[in-house]
Design a protein around this ligand. Sequence first.
Ligand code: S3P
Length: 175
Amino acid sequence: MKRIILIGFMGAGKTTLGKALARMLGRPFYDLDQYIEGRLHKTIPEIFAERGEAGFREVEKTMLHEVAEFEDVILSCGGGTPCYSDNMDYLNRQGETVFLNASPEVLKEHLLMGGSQRPLIQGKSPDELIPFIRETLSKRLPFYEKAKHTIDIRVIETQEEIINYARLINEKVAN
Ligand code: S3P
């Protein structure tokens, strides 16, 4: 079975939808950040603090090459994963890449709702989020747009919305 690989900015819904899709299809789910944390026994903020962002990107690439070799998986990447080194080309070789495309406003909503700690936005006020997202997203879009499939994402609040998006991803990759 082809691997399904979710990419997109922080707060697009990669982990939430990846988990739901894996449950729906009865396939193994991996979240790259969680995999890194498990392998290194350290949190993502700790890795950033110890090695800096460049050090994190090296670790991320190494771990990506482990997890994206597993068979049949549904894989959610980190927001920056496709945008460094030759990761995006590698991802396209490894499976059906799906870009979860959300506007800065939707991303901001999701980021404010979510409880995860993200070093790149730590200490930013809600007002500072939109300019940061716009600027970073514009640099990242050329990478994200190399995905084989794209799904437009609105604010996701209910379980029903999660299931509907999971179905949509499944239909996209099947065609
Ligand atoms: C990052 C996104 C994070 C995590 C790290 C860096 C990024 O993943 O990999 O904090 O560069 O956008 P999520 O997209 O799952 O938050």
